[in-house]
Design a binder for this molecule. Structure first.
Ligand code: NA7
Length: 296
């Protein structure tokens, strides 16, 4: 059942219509928000314009024409291109314009973006999300936010539309990114370990289906283990969460661990498996394809 959301009358911009952005924008539109979209590959805007969105010609134009602009793109390079590039976000920022960065990137880039927006009189919030394709489509994401409190409050109806829970983690930009990286580091190690267990099961002559059934019945039963073991069994790797983004997140969490001298033996080992999977050509596949590296 759809959640009752009272949409803010503010004009909303959204940059990035990848797997995550597509679900998020559809939920903003369905709940009655006025949304202007932009995506690097303009063709992806088509379905959203059909669904009632306006289309911006570049990020600067979207920011200029909207009160709050969200962005959810691949990685730090994409964010920097989008914000600091030609006709980028910064060129559209004037006093009071609001910008919410929802991509998962390193905290230094997040802070640089926040400072650049503030320096031009804009207002900034970081808000990376926990959840992949299906929670994005169903408006069930967990939104982790830090930065300007009033902007967080102004995003209330948007966060209601996109997520099942939003958390404000303080004014210190970087806090939400740190939490997001820890969550995804944990998830990445769980899925890598599942992949090794399934590969090992096959090598020792067990039926992988039996192994997956036991996982689903016991204390290890959780959505990630259930869904990813099914994906491995069916060799179905259409991307819910692209493997290259998972590897990015583990890589970023290792850098974070480095900064604070936190040993991360398990995450470091999992990272190697994801790197191998990328090398085998599974970067665009779902994270469950890490099994291909474990079983190679
Ligand atoms: P996807 O489905 O891989 O989509 C990536 C999006 O980022 C897509 O809209 C891309 O545009 C866009 N992108 C990538 N590089 C650039 C550059 N250089 N400039 C502008 N736009 C760019 O990712 P997800 O939706 O799954 O994930 C998005 C974020 O949420 C990511 O940080 C995850 O870790 C969490 P394109 O369509 O290719 O033109």
């Amino acid at each position: 059942m759809r959640k009752p959301v009272i949409p803010t009358p503010m004009r909303i911009g959204f940059l990035g219509l990848g797997i995550m952005g597509q679900g998020m924008v559809m939920n903003l539109l369905r709940s009655g928000h006025e949304v202007t979209v932009w995506n690097r590959t303009a063709l992806k805007c088509k379905d959203f314009v059909k669904a009632g969105a306006f289309k911006g010609n570049n990020p600067a134009e979207v920011v200029q024409s909207c009160d709050i602009t969200f962005s959810c793109v691949a990685d730090s390079t994409a964010v920097k291109d989008l914000v600091f590039g030609n006709s980028g976000v910064l060129q559209g920022i004037t006093r009071g314009k609001c910008y919410v960065e929802m991509s998962t990137i390193d905290e230094e880039t997040m802070q640089d973006v926040g400072e650049a927006i503030s320096a031009r009189g804009g207002v900034f919030l970081e808000a990376p999300v926990v959840g992949s394709r299906v929670p994005a489509l169903e408006g069930q994401l967990i939104i982790l936010a830090a930065g300007d409190r009033k902007l967080y409050d102004d995003c209330f109806s948007c966060f209601e539309a996109m997520g099942k829970k939003a958390l404000f983690l303080g004014s210190d930009v970087g806090a939400a990114t740190r939490m997001k990286l820890i969550i995804n580091m944990f998830m990445g190690t769980v899925v890598a370990s599942l992949a090794e267990a399934m590969a090992m099961a096959e090598k020792v002559g067990l039926d992988q289906e039996d192994v997956a059934e036991v996982f689903s019945l016991g204390a290890l039963s959780c959505p990630t283990v259930i869904h990813k073991s099914q994906a491995i069994l069916n060799q179905k790797y259409d991307p819910h969460f692209p493997l290259q983004h998972q590897q990015k997140d583990i890589r970023l969490s290792l850098l974070l661990g480095d900064k604070v001298e936190q040993p991360l033996y398990v995450a470091a080992a999992a990272n190697e498996l994801y790197k191998k999977a990328r090398r085998l050509g599974y970067g665009d596949s779902d994270i469950a394809a890490v099994y291909r590296a474990a079983s190679a």
